[in-house]
Every structure is written in C-alpha cells, then in structure tokens.
Ligand binder design. Structure first.
Ligand code: SF4
Length: 225
C-alpha cells in the first residue's frame, strides 16, 4: 500500500471517527464524508493531466453490479422519501423486484457480466445523485466509447474503460477510511447487494433499529462476501 493511500485513508478515518460519537450521528458523518470526498476528487482530477470522460446523461455504468453499505442505503431511503413521490417510489420498487428475481437466479460472477438497469436511474440520471453510495462515486472512466462497448458486450471482461490511477487511489482510500470508522464504532460495515437491500429498506422499518443497535441491518438482502 503506498504512502498516499495510507495517509488519505487515515485522515478520513480520523475525521469520520470524530464525527461519529454514536450511531445516531451516522447520517451527518456520512454527509460530511461525502463533502470531503467531492473536494478531494475535484482536486485530484485538477492535478491530473488525464481527465475522466464521464458526463451527465452518460449512464452505461449504472447497469453494472452495484454494492452498498447499510449506512448508505439508510441515507438513500430518507432521501427518496423526502425527494420523490409515493408513485415514483412504487415504480422503483417494481423495478428493483424484477432485478432481484434475476439476481437471485444467477451467480455473483454471472451478475458481473449481466446488464441490469439500476432502479434509481431515471432518464439516464441518478435519482439520488447527492447521496449515491461510494461504490458509484468511485467509478469513473477515461474512454466513453469503451463504456458503450462494454454495455453492448457485458460478458467481454477484456474491454478496458480506463481509470486515472491517482483518482482511483484517492477514491478507494477515502471510502475505506470512512468504512473503517463505521466498523470501529461497532456498526454494520457489511457489503450488500444494492437491489435487494433497497427492497428491504423500503419495506422494513426495523432496518434502522438494527443498524443503530450494531446488528446486521438487512436480513433478506443478499450479503456480498
Ligand atoms: S445509485 Fe445512482 S449512480 Fe449508482 S447505479 Fe444507481 S443510478 Fe447509477
């Protein structure tokens, strides 16, 4: 592990730990962590001679397999209830249910090579963009044509969409620093499948109680090992 990675992860771990005196502060701590992340990534991109090709309206990566942490999904639930109508949330649930049927019928490896539209993608825009999880934030590409090719041929794992090494390192280090703080506080740091966790958080009020008590948040969602 290089020095930059270690320093970035450690700095985020310390800041996040200070902002997490107890489980109830997890959403405030996550919001502050997202702000620090956005500043860090903007600075790292500005310093890089290579720039990401990502633009609003390009959403091929939103058909990839997505994973999420419990604190991120609980945050997304609150955002959905504040920002979207009951009708829109019902449409999201229907789409997530269709995805979940497919996801439960294939292996995790097959999921990696299967296009499934994220139920939160609407008109090629993320419905929860300000609170999208770290897994989505961390993804970027330098070759938009390769993203399109990968979308057209999802089983072809040889297509390289290109990443900027410094940006990828900063992104991974920061998100891992935050996740380490969550774990150190005794909170659920498991990784869950996005679609099945979304269905459970929208159906079961007890998810938040379990999270705040340091228990396993999701009981029916698929856990990613
Ligand atoms: S949460 Fe948003 S950014 Fe992530 S896959 Fe879904 S639509 Fe795309």
């Amino acid at each position: 592990m290089n020095d930059f990675f270690q320093q970035t992860a450690q700095a985020e771990f310390q800041k996040a730990s200070q902002q997490l005196p107890g489980a109830k502060q997890f959403q405030t701590a996550l919001t502050q962590s997202f702000k620090r992340y956005d500043n860090l990534i903007a600075k790292t991109i500005a310093e890089s001679p290579t720039k990401p090709a990502c633009q609003a309206g390009c959403a091929f990566c939103c058909y990839y397999k997505v994973e999420v942490r419990a604190h991120e999904m609980l945050n997304i639930k609150d955002y959905l209830h504040k920002q979207l109508s009951a009708e829109n949330i019902q449409q999201i649930i229907q789409e997530a249910e269709q995805n979940a049927v497919v996801i439960r019928s294939i292996t995790p490896e097959q999921h990696l090579t299967t296009n499934l539209k994220c139920p939160l993608l609407h008109n090629n825009q993320c419905s929860v963009y300000p609170v999208r999880p770290y897994r989505c934030r961390n993804f970027h590409a330098t070759d938009a044509k390769a993203c399109e090719q990968s979308f057209a041929d999802p089983a072809n794992m040889d297509i390289a969409t290109g990443m900027i090494e410094t940006v990828a390192l900063a992104a991974d280090a920061h998100s891992q620093g935050f996740e380490a703080a969550i774990e150190q506080k005794g909170l659920d740091a498991r990784i869950y499948d996005f679609n099945t966790a979304l269905l459970e958080v929208l159906a079961d009020e007890s998810c938040l109680k379990r999270y705040l008590r340091g228990k396993k948040t999701f009981q029916t969602a698929l856990e990613v090992s």
